[in-house]
Design a protein around this ligand. Structure first.
Ligand SMILES: Cc1cc2nc3c(=O)[nH]c(=O)nc-3n(C[C@H](O)[C@H](O)[C@H](O)COP(=O)(O)O)c2cc1C
Length: 382
């Protein structure tokens, strides 16, 4: 009799627990469907809180995104905002990036200790691309990344070639033609988050520019996986950006993108001649340089005058698109002043300019070329 009562009581406890688990989801921890989302103005996206019933949604900037009581996010204006889902006292956050829909370049990166993030942000400054960070569904702890421990999560994932679940959504992928894909090197290859990103997103017809940071291995060991997983995409040779300068990043883009673009102007490069000497120049990637390139196609001659003992300045004879910032120039800098003047420095000055490029010569070589009276500068495309 006692045993029967015990069995019935046991059964009731199991049933009761079952009901509690089903109703309250007490064992499964709540989580938010995405931690990072990129979308363009006008688009909507529904965020979901899993394993939670009562959720209070809010937006950090309603001008950028609004969120409804049901988690429907609407993109209003280009910018960034955080959506918070409050469950009881706990908060779950999603970072939303809203694109104005103009650029066709996107930087997608995965970075756990910040090195690739830094490289990605430098690249964004150069390219003006939109940018989004890939987040794993389950965040990595410090122990997960302890690669000296054979059994740590990251090592096991690499050994098993895992596709690690991600918590990032790119709603406006069609907008982009050039995808800059950044990651750290884990055991010579790309981390599992990258494998998932590539297999879950259709990059067919797009150009993929892989870049990494690493202790020393470089990017080559990851290239075959990237090429295999980015089905139908034109995957360019990747670049290890550990300690890379902006000039090196620009060269990589010039070699892989601009050199291949259809227009004759871009296949050739713009050459600057001071007097009768061709000088080596690394050009900026911006609207003003594109316009200068157009003018240089039919040959552009600029009469320059020495000024202030640090620069030569001359009229271009046309207005170029300005993107002025206060800059302290250094020898070799080529800038646009007042929208219509070319300035080339052999010394330094602080003023509002738009950068056009840099002559890769020493200060003394530049002083010899520019510091001895007025010069003529010609620009040609060859
Ligand atoms: C699990 C793991 C494995 C790694 N394997 C390599 C490797 O094989 N070769 C290498 O040069 N660096 C390796 N590193 C170092 C990272 O590539 C390097 O620190 C990188 O810059 C980290 O990027 P992040 O700060 O953006 O996460 C490894 C790091 C981790 C956590």
């Amino acid at each position: 009799m006692k045993r029967r009562i015990g069995a019935v009581a046991g059964l009731m406890i199991i049933l009761l627990l079952g009901v509690i688990v089903a109703r309250e989801n007490v064992w499964a921890a709540p989580y938010i469907s995405e931690k990072t989302v990129i979308m363009k103005t006008g688009q909507s996206h529904i965020l979901k809180m899993k394993n939670a019933e009562k959720v209070k949604w809010s937006s950090s900037d309603k001008k950028v995104v609004t969120v409804s009581k049901k988690g429907k996010v609407k993109a209003k204006k280009a910018g960034r905002a955080t959506i918070t889902a409050k469950v009881g006292k706990k908060k779950y956050k999603t970072s939303i990036t809203v694109s104005d829909g103009q650029t066709t370049k996107l930087i997608v990166y995965f970075s756990e200790t910040g090195n690739t993030k830094k490289a990605a942000e430098k690249l964004q400054k150069i390219t003006g691309a939109d940018i989004i960070r890939l987040q794993p569904k389950k965040a990595y702890t410090k122990d997960d990344l302890e690669y000296n421990n054979d059994d740590c999560r990251a090592n096991k994932e690499q050994e098993e070639n895992k596709h690690v679940a991600i918590s990032t959504s790119i709603k406006n992928l069609e907008q982009y033609q050039e995808i800059y894909l950044g990651y750290s090197i884990w055991w010579g290859r790309e981390p599992g988050v990258i494998r998932t990103f590539l297999s879950k997103n259709n990059l067919s017809g797009k150009t993929v520019m892989p870049f990494c940071t690493s202790g020393s291995s470089g990017i080559s060991g990851s290239m075959s996986d990237i090429r295999e997983l980015a089905k139908g995409a034109d995957v360019k040779d990747g670049m290890d950006m550990t300690d890379a300068t902006e000039a090196e990043m620009r060269n990589w883009i010039n070699e892989n993108i601009l050199a291949e673009e259809g227009s004759e102007t871009n296949k050739k490069s713009m050459v600057m001649t001071i007097g009768s000497i061709d000088v080596p120049v690394t050009w900026e990637i911006n609207k003003a340089v594109e316009e200068l390139n157009e003018l240089a196609r039919s040959g552009l001659t600029i009469s320059m005058s020495g000024y202030g003992g640090f620069e030569q300045v001359g009229s271009i004879g046309a207005n170029l698109t300005e993107d002025d910032r206060e800059i302290t120039t250094s020898p070799g800098d080529i800038v646009l002043y007042n929208g219509n003047r070319l300035v080339v420095f052999y010394g330094s000055n602080t003023w509002d300019y738009t950068r056009l490029g840099k002559i890769d010569l020493s200060k003394s070589e530049l002083t010899k070329l520019l510091g001895n009276g007025d010069v003529t500068i010609t620009l040609n495309v060859r």
